[in-house]
Design a binder for this molecule. Structure first.
Ligand code: ARG
Length: 457
């Protein structure tokens, strides 16, 4: 196919160079956005008297028929075309003749690609936000059902203090809520129209960029035409928000993998979200969680690729920028697929409360509460901390837990110990006594659940 820009050249583009240069095999994803942008551009040209009504009608008709045919499959993408923008324009001219050649008045492909990607990502981000909300809701449901499930909370992966499974799960809900707001914030900055930048310097035609922007749902136009076609920082913001989502999902995955191991057995994953082994008949592997953890690397890579691609290029458009799309498409698809598989995996995950409780019973995770017991009776915390440390040492030697020490033994360390200490260090009361805002205490967890519900409203 002859290039639209062939006029100035004496020789055709080498076949290999042509393939190398072409982006249609990935930017065809944006055909709907490209056509939508062209329709609004043509309407504006007509409204501003730059093209006639009949020319506009022909163009609109032609573009609509192309859209219809691409949607139905009646028209397929010409993989030899340079990119989606060239393909649609060429197809338009094929269908409506010279009228089609008027469409590209007062705009450039640099505007189109910048516009299409913003429109495309706006839709994708809105889908991702809905998926994130679905995931948050699944986490909330599990948390609601597990407000009484006491488990060890960890630091350094060492048993630290008793918490509830609900409290632990809600930590992830809070992270994902921030992820939603990060995407919303980035969208606000992205939502300005670059169309009409006209390659870089603007145009001599009396265009109305604001009209196009408004009709395409933008909050305004890019105020500088050079910036309009050169800016890809919205890709970086979105990719970095995607990378953060993946990091959160990856930490969650890591815990799910640990929890479903025989060493923990805090949860049982549903058969539909696990796989077997080709050789070991007993195996049930948490592949989905592992894959999410593994795919996190690609999304980080996509962010890095875009940052690096942009760092050395002068203003305005450079062909390097064609690389923006594969990176952000890959990041977007990966995030979507990961959240999609995460939602049902979380919904069907069965917590094994008994194992959590038993684990919480070992590891002296009520030692802080024992120290607090002495402190509340007037002993300075550091002295109480030291005494309890000694008692824990003794228990380890005797291979018993704190509740198995006799009152007499306790009294040999401090006569402040009384019989009520046993109630104080029971796991239930360790949780119930946590009354600070945001804590694992039952009332606080209820408050967190309400917060999440309010967010999801
Ligand atoms: N296919 C190109 C891209 O994805 C579109 C813009 C090309 N503009 C140009 N002047 N070569 O970035």
């Amino acid at each position: 196919m002859e290039k639209m820009w062939a006029g100035r050249f004496e020789k055709a583009l080498d076949k290999q160079a042509d393939d190398f240069n072409s982006s249609i095999h990935f930017d065809k994803k944006m055909y709907k956005q490209d056509i939508r942008g062209s329709l609004e551009h043509a309407l504006m040209l007509c409204t501003c008297g730059i093209i006639s009504k009949i020319e506009y009608e022909k163009i609109a008709e032609g573009l609509s028929s192309i859209l219809e045919d691409l949607n139905s499959g009646a028209l397929s993408f010409d993989e030899n075309a340079e990119d989606i923008h060239m393909f649609i324009e060429a197809e338009l001219t094929k269908r409506i003749g010279d009228y089609g050649k008027k469409l590209h008045t007062a705009r450039s492909r640099n505007d189109q690609v910048a516009l299409d990607l913003r429109l495309y990502m706006r839709d994708q981000v809105s889908d991702i936000i809905s998926l994130l909300k679905e995931l948050i809701s699944a986490i909330k449901e599990q948390a609601e059902k597990n407000q009484d499930a006491i488990m060890p909370g960890y630091t350094h992966l060492q048993r630290a203090q008793p918490i509830t499974f609900a409290h632990h799960l809600l930590a992830y809900a809070m992270m994902l809520i921030r992820d939603v707001t990060r995407l919303e914030d980035a969208t606000k900055r992205m939502n300005y129209s670059p169309l009409g930048s006209c390659a870089l310097a603007g145009t001599t035609y009396p265009t109305n960029r604001d009209m196009v922007a408004k009709n395409l749902g933008f909050d305004g136009v890019c105020m500088n035409s050079i910036d309009g076609v050169s800016d890809r920082d919205y890709c970086i913001e979105l990719e970095s928000a995607f990378a953060t989502i993946m990091m959160h999902l990856s930490r969650f995955s890591e815990e799910i993998i640990l929890w479903s191991s025989w060493e923990f057995k805090f949860v049982e994953l549903d058969d539909s979200y696990t796989t077997g082994s080709s050789i070991m008949p007993q195996k049930k592997n948490p592949d989905m969680a592992e894959l999410v953890r593994g795919k996190t690397g690609r999304v980080y890579g996509d962010l890095m690729a875009t940052l690096t691609m942009l760092k050395g290029i002068p203003l305005a458009y450079n062909k390097d920028m064609q690389e923006d799309k594969e990176a952000i498409f890959d990041a977007t698809e990966t995030v979507i697929k990961c959240i999609q598989v995460f939602i049902p995996m979380i919904k069907t995950m069965k917590p094994i409360k008994e194992n959590m409780y038993n684990a919480a019973g070992r590891g002296f995770i009520n030692a802080t509460d024992l120290a607090d017991y002495l402190t509340k009776k007037g002993m300075p915390f550091r002295s109480a901390y030291k005494i309890v440390g000694t008692i824990v040492g003794e228990c380890i030697k005797k291979d018993i837990t704190l509740d198995k020490m006799t009152l007499e033994e306790y009294k040999s360390h401090s006569d402040m110990f009384e019989n009520d200490l046993y109630e104080e260090i029971s796991l239930e009361s360790c949780v119930a006594k946590r009354i600070s805002k945001g804590s694992t205490g039952y009332a606080s967890v209820k408050e967190q659940l309400d917060y999440v519900a309010e967010f999801l409203k």
